[in-house]
Design a protein around this ligand. Sequence first.
Ligand code: ZN
Ligand code: ZN
Length: 253
Amino acid sequence: MFPVSCGIIGVDNSFHLIEVSRKLSEQLKIVSDIYGPSFLRKPDSIIITHGHLGHIDGLGLFGKEVMDVKEIPLISSKKVINFLTKRELVKSFICHELSPNHEVEPTNGCGFYIEFLKVPHRDEETDTHAVIIRGPKKALLFLPDHDSWSETLNEIGAKNIRDFLKKIRVNIALIDGTFWDKNELKNRKIEKIPHPTISESLELLGKRRFGDPEIYFIHLNHTNPANEESSDQRKKINSMGWGVASQGSTFSL
Ligand SMILES: [Zn+2]
Ligand SMILES: [Zn+2]
């Protein structure tokens, strides 16, 4: 199981990547296995949500020794770009700052727009944003990490998760499913790693209703029983009408 990452293919066959993990080459292979060998190549743009290790630790692979990319646009917040610059991780990129609530087309003619949404998440050194991808027909939310629903809902003045997804106008939501519940980590205190648990999200959501967006949990920790397709936890998620995204899950926008 690899760290979280999301590839996007534009209408012009351009290829874009959200998050660059140390498993970059294996993850590019997943894309090329589905869409063909022409996608086993460097991305046309990179988007980073925040500075935590699993989300950025593959950036060095774009250096001279490995892929030797030059002048790829890297889109992130001002704080993340400063953080990456200090660590000399963005030498191969042209950095573009994106502020929340602005839409940008990562490359000319790619046919989709991305928008950042600020979310609270252990912001020690960088801030954190979720990404909304707006395609010609549908929009998708990519929200791998946040601290709590109450803070995130508060950020945009939403009453509940449904209201939140309606306000940001998305049809598909990939949301933080790091832990199943608070009892999951035996040794480390779970309060030190705040995430809304899947149990909590299910309780807030209830069953899927007519007209609801599709919701899939992503970013599952290896301790999360919902990783297992035959687990009761996974069955519960599915029986309520929601899902768990797996490696190679694709969505058409
Ligand atoms: Zn994080
Ligand atoms: Zn994370």
